[in-house]
Design a protein around this ligand. Structure first.
Ligand SMILES: [Zn+2]
Ligand SMILES: [Zn+2]
Length: 47
């Protein structure tokens, strides 16, 4: 999967993932590899 543009969270690093929950493109720093969602969604989830 290729993602173009900057991370929608920090807007400083190139985005490398797209969150399936919120649809935002995020960089490695803002991607939760365990949950396969962005860190913003990972922090908000209550599971
Ligand atoms: Zn980021
Ligand atoms: Zn998200």
């Amino acid at each position: 999967m290729s993602v173009t543009g900057l991370c929608h969270v920090c807007e400083a690093a190139p985005a490398s993932h797209t969150c399936p929950r919120c649809g935002r493109a995020v960089c490695e720093d803002h991607w939760d590899d365990d949950a396969d969602i962005c860190t913003a969604c990972a922090q908000g989830q209550t599971q």
